[in-house]
Design a binder for this molecule. Structure first.
Ligand code: GRF
Length: 199
């Protein structure tokens, strides 16, 4: 089989700065995801997401549908329509700040992956680093998980502990955590694509 045929195709969803997306694009270009993954689309629900410019600079197709003011299901159906003209194996959420509706999750069952900046056994929703910092934890756990119909409740695929003991500000916690996220997300995707992590 040619390399091209075995490459996994992914669509990355963002809403903002897109630093995790950028790390994935770098790894597809010349790192741990090289020759095993192709990014067919970067989608955003916000036209002002900074990551869109980054994606374009990598030559990736970008699309936007503004979610603001739309009902969740109505919006998600528009996204499903858009995705109909793409072929991909997985949707990789990377700072996508929108809860997915049941219709969306059912359409892409077991094909939506997310990174959460905390242990999803302990903390759901946004502000995961604030939670770890404010609850004075010595460590936190970055989680990559499947997306189901709940918020950060899907099957845990992999976790990585980050030591935050002795850090003196939330900014330091975020900085250290994000650095781990950038490596860990691609490493986990690699293991999913090779079958080492079974979905
Ligand atoms: C990351 O902390 C990620 O874990 C969470 O949202 C943040 C996105 O950051 N889901 P970025 O847009 O990838 O820089």
């Amino acid at each position: 089989m040619s390399e091209h045929k075995i490459k996994k195709r992914i669509a990355i969803f963002i809403s903002g700065r897109g630093s995790n997306m950028k790390a994935i694009l770098d790894n597809v270009q010349s790192g741990i995801l090289k020759d095993m993954c192709e990014v067919v689309l970067v989608f955003s629900n916000r036209a002002d997401a900074k990551g869109l410019e980054t994606a374009k600079s990598y030559g990736i197709d970008t699309k936007v549908i503004e979610s603001s003011g739309k009902k969740r299901t109505e919006f998600d159906k528009q996204v499903i329509d858009l995705l109909g003209s793409y072929q991909f194996d997985y949707i990789v959420l990377a700072g996508y700040m929108r809860i997915l509706s049941p219709v969306f999750v059912d359409t892409y069952k077991n094909r939506i992956i997310n990174i959460h900046p905390a242990d999803t056994n302990l903390y759901h929703g946004i502000h995961g680093y604030e939670w770890a910092w404010e609850s004075k934890r010595d460590s936190t756990k970055i989680t990559v998980h499947l997306v189901d119909k709940g918020v950060d409740t899907g099957k845990i695929l992999s976790q990585r502990e980050v030591d935050i003991k002795g850090l003196t500000s939330l900014e330091q916690v975020e900085e250290k955590g994000l650095k781990v996220e950038h490596e860990f997300y691609s490493e986990t995707l690699n293991k999913i694509f090779t079958g080492e992590i079974v979905i």
